[in-house]
Ligand binder design. Sequence first.
Ligand SMILES: *[C@@H]1O[C@H](CO)[C@@H](O)[C@H](O)[C@H]1NC(C)=O
Ligand SMILES: *[C@@H]1O[C@H](CO)[C@@H](O)[C@H](O)[C@H]1NC(C)=O
Ligand SMILES: *[C@@H]1O[C@H](CO)[C@@H](O)[C@H](O)[C@H]1NC(C)=O
Ligand SMILES: *[C@@H]1O[C@H](CO)[C@@H](O)[C@H](O)[C@H]1NC(C)=O
Ligand SMILES: *[C@@H]1O[C@H](CO)[C@@H](O)[C@H](O)[C@H]1NC(C)=O
Ligand SMILES: *[C@@H]1O[C@H](CO)[C@@H](O)[C@H](O)[C@H]1NC(C)=O
Ligand SMILES: *[C@@H]1O[C@H](CO)[C@@H](O)[C@H](O)[C@H]1NC(C)=O
Ligand SMILES: *[C@@H]1O[C@H](CO)[C@@H](O)[C@H](O)[C@H]1NC(C)=O
Length: 761
Amino acid sequence: MGLTKILSSFTILLFIGYTLVNGSTPKHYIVYMGDHSHPNSESVIRANHEILASVTGSLSEAKAAALHHYSKSFQGFSAMITPEQANQLAEYNSVVSVFESKMNKLHTTHSWDFLGLDSVYENNHPTLDTASDVIVGVIDSGVWPESESFKDYGLGPVPQKFKGECVTGQNFTLANCNKKIIGARFYSKGFEAEVGPLEDVVNRIFFRSAGDSDGHGTHTASTIAGSFVANASLFGIAKGTARGGAPSARLAIYKACWFGFCSDADVLSAMDDAIHDGVDILSLSLGPDPPQPIYFENAISVGAFHAFQNGILVSASAGNSIFPRTACNVAPWILTVAASTVDREFNSNIFLGNSKVLKGSSLNPIKMEQWYGLIYGSAAAAAGVSSTNASFCKNNTLDPTLIKDKIVICTIEKFSDERREKAIIVRQGGGVGMILIDHNAKDIGFQFGIPSTLIGQDAVEELKTYIKTEKNPIARIYPTTTVLGAKPAPEVATFSSAGPNIITPDIIKPDITGPGVNILAAWSPSATEATVEQRSVNYNIISGTSMSCPHITAVAAIVKSHHPYWGPAAIMSAILTTATVMDNTHRLIGRDPNGTQATPFDYGSGHVNPVASLTPGLVYDFNSQDVLNFLCSNGASPAQLKNLTGDLTQCQQSPTASYNFNYPSIGVSNLNGSLSVYRTVTYYGQEPTTYYASVENPSGVNVRVTPAELKFREGGENITFRIDFFPFKNSNGNFVFGALVWNNGIQRVRSIIGLNVPSKV
Ligand SMILES: *[C@@H]1O[C@H](CO)[C@@H](O)[C@H](O)[C@H]1NC(C)=O
Ligand SMILES: *[C@@H]1O[C@H](CO)[C@@H](O)[C@H](O)[C@H]1NC(C)=O
Ligand SMILES: *[C@@H]1O[C@H](CO)[C@@H](O)[C@H](O)[C@H]1NC(C)=O
Ligand SMILES: *[C@@H]1O[C@H](CO)[C@@H](O)[C@H](O)[C@H]1NC(C)=O
Ligand SMILES: *[C@@H]1O[C@H](CO)[C@@H](O)[C@H](O)[C@H]1NC(C)=O
Ligand SMILES: *[C@@H]1O[C@H](CO)[C@@H](O)[C@H](O)[C@H]1NC(C)=O
Ligand SMILES: *[C@@H]1O[C@H](CO)[C@@H](O)[C@H](O)[C@H]1NC(C)=O
Ligand SMILES: *[C@@H]1O[C@H](CO)[C@@H](O)[C@H](O)[C@H]1NC(C)=O
């Protein structure tokens, strides 16, 4: 059974779980009690039980209902209680907020597949990673510690500041931690309370430990900090050296995801521990389905705020929801990551009987030994099935007598179709290969059980012509060849979730893009569902913002190792202001599948440039007080701020306008007249220097920067400048984009500008 099949029945299960509850059925709630960390976790647990007992009626019921206790980095607990009990708890003075724990999803596309080497990324920074004590916490599906990628050759002792643990469990012993994987914990109470015991959920192998039976967590962790592994390959294809972006960074593993789903309450527990354990950076390749909940009622936003307050950068995926307004994890204190392609293609071409070659793409290791007849799925409809329905090659729509020993040409009904399943259906009917007409997904590498390949619009016409003119059309599908130096690249991935930010549109999201299409990294050999013939593999290629997020996390780890005293906002600024918006044909980055012009709502400040991010020159910094002022100016009430921070925070009388929040990009979502916007930059350099402003004007708006020259005498100096916007044409409800660039002849410090000019201008 395909993984996706399992997941879809699992989704139904979740759905039932959510809908059958009535007023008095217990649900899983997070009771958040603020940020005062308590020295003694036992007394916290006792206090939690007592307050819970006051609504459940007895201490024993309270103990049975309580699941997680958050006691290290912030305070609270989670419990199975009725909505009425939840409301009662919310009345207590010590309780800040009570919200239901929801499910997050891992952000992989269902393109499960093979191996290769991430060339663009590698070439960019072969030797950047110095001996590093940077600790990266990864909240995901665990890790396969036996992987070559987690060998700890050459690493120094575990950094002393690390307070985490190596928690043992099923198929995970103390020996599985080393100087690379320095900590491992796992969380399942939330998931099991919301869905059911792990044993009952799906008939799949799993480990009640930080051990990874899914592959996803192993992939993300090794992308961040995997050691060098020469000659990594899947089925011998696209051989190369596998490595993480920051091979000397350390990993602390927090497993909070099971079978692709991660309960809010478990994720929050992982964040509580990770902050306390002393990680420097947290990586989350997961998030809620759109629409993004408001910051005050979202576990990841709340947990990430505490991380930010503690100097920890949270890097998170924007999601794979394709469309505008779907980006998730969009709080300004989170680095939000989109996904793009690299300059590498996996071609699995089609040779036609007339000796023409059509370009197809997939991760196909299987050699087709002879020519086979071609048939459209639509021409092979089973009795009573329309030809349109048969063209999608879904189960029980194809006539086996017609597709036997044929290569079947299938089409896509909708983007979310199970492509892998189509090939299984074709094979079950006796077919030997599949050509999938799939223009929108043709750049995402899929792996099928029979020779199969995806073709785009350009190849379709030629295929059709050949079949029309040939009485007995035949073809062979060739195994994958890897093409490096593909152009244009990068392009924003078809699936990558886009802005604008639906919660606070003045903050442009996503922030940045990085490689997220067809990424090779370590895999868990016990996760076989995803691979050709369900074979075990140690390295695999998959796609998603789940894959781009760890790339950016790795860059953040490298920046942190070069600038140990930089806080999360400074690291974010360094990565954003040095990104590039040009592809390898020197044009502006486009968006797959058609190369249409992308905007900052697709890629944020642009494509990450790891080398440049080490020496950004100028930094736009902000701290948690600035974040609170920003929220105040967006209308946050004291009650909402309390929901976020746990503290009673009063807004200043006249809060700083949100467009003056010192973010490294500049957004004004309602530019209804001339406006002055302020920013402050800190100079990181030794020598005196002068930066000169230049502006790429957004269409319909004149821009003036004052002063237009920033003279710094020494490092650490701050200068505030003003940007005046003079709109002269409305932007028809859309944003118009430009940029402000500071240049001192060595560094370019680029801030994107996004403006929405309403019609009354
Ligand atoms: C704070 O959280 C509570 C849940 O306990 C919610 O009912 C309330 O609406 C939130 N307050 C604000 C102002 O968002
Ligand atoms: C897990 O451990 C058990 C007991 O040692 C062993 O039999 C089994 O093969 C292990 N499973 C995997 C997938 O390694
Ligand atoms: C690389 O891997 C292939 C199998 O994929 C193997 O045949 C070959 O010997 C390996 N080469 C080295 C240098 O390890
Ligand atoms: C085609 O598929 C749709 C949706 O699955 C179904 O409602 C319809 O009855 C099918 N029509 C035929 C002729 O198979
Ligand atoms: C297709 O349906 C048949 C029963 O009609 C079932 O045995 C088979 O497993 C299904 N195939 C897939 C791939 O779901
Ligand atoms: C890309 O172009 C194809 C063919 O012109 C079209 O069918 C498709 O809808 C376009 N896709 C997007 C996402 O614009
Ligand atoms: C522009 O919009 C702001 C609210 O965003 C409002 O306070 C201000 O009065 C508006 N100005 C004009 C000229 O309409
Ligand atoms: C410059 O700004 C940073 C960040 O806000 C602050 O930490 C630092 O103290 C300031 N430096 C000076 C010299 O004022």
